[in-house]
Design a binder for this molecule. Structure first.
Ligand SMILES: [Zn+2]
Length: 164
């Protein structure tokens, strides 16, 4: 995918976060979904099933696996919101082990929804790039946080350091 597409997705995600009024972590994905009139239905589902976006005659629902930890619920909702924003006219996308082009696009968008760059940069500075703490703050996995910090050029390896 072209770099410009990524930049565009991130900008679009940031606009949504700003519109709902978030300026500090965590970015509550339930609130973003509510704003977009997407209803979240939590259900007991097999562990490989994270979530799915359903379009029922123009009404959108996210079916979410009830048994997942908070950070995974948060990222999954963001991922499905991304499908709604980027691929909304299609019927349904499932997030599971099978990855494809659409899911990768959705992950870029979702990472920005959960860890908006304009908020993350400030927090990373405040907490000396402590990715473990930042992951808790933003309610994402440590892996997702490290990946985002590396993308931003804030973290160079899996460690962190305080530059004062
Ligand atoms: Zn997906």
């Amino acid at each position: 995918m072209a770099l410009t597409t990524y930049v565009q997705f991130r900008r679009q995600a940031e606009e949504l976060v700003r519109e709902v009024g978030f300026d500090q972590p965590p970015v509550n994905q339930y609130k973003l979904a509510e704003r977009l009139n997407i209803e979240i239905v939590e259900m007991t589902l097999p562990s490989w099933f994270f979530g799915v976006l359903i379009n029922l005659k123009g009404d959108f629902y996210i079916t979410l696996n009830k048994g997942m930890p908070e950070h995974r619920k948060n990222f999954t909702i963001a991922h499905e919101i991304a499908h709604h924003q980027l691929h909304g006219t299609e019927l349904a996308y499932m997030k599971n082990c099978k990855r494809d082009f659409f899911h990768r696009e959705a992950d870029v968008f979702a990472a920005e929804l959960c860890m908006p760059t304009f908020i993350l940069i400030k927090e990373a500075r405040k907490w000396c790039n402590d990715y473990k703490w930042l992951a808790k703050e933003f309610s994402v996995s440590e892996t997702a946080m490290v990946r985002k910090l590396q993308e931003l050029g804030i973290l160079r390896n899996s460690g962190y350091e305080c530059r004062s």
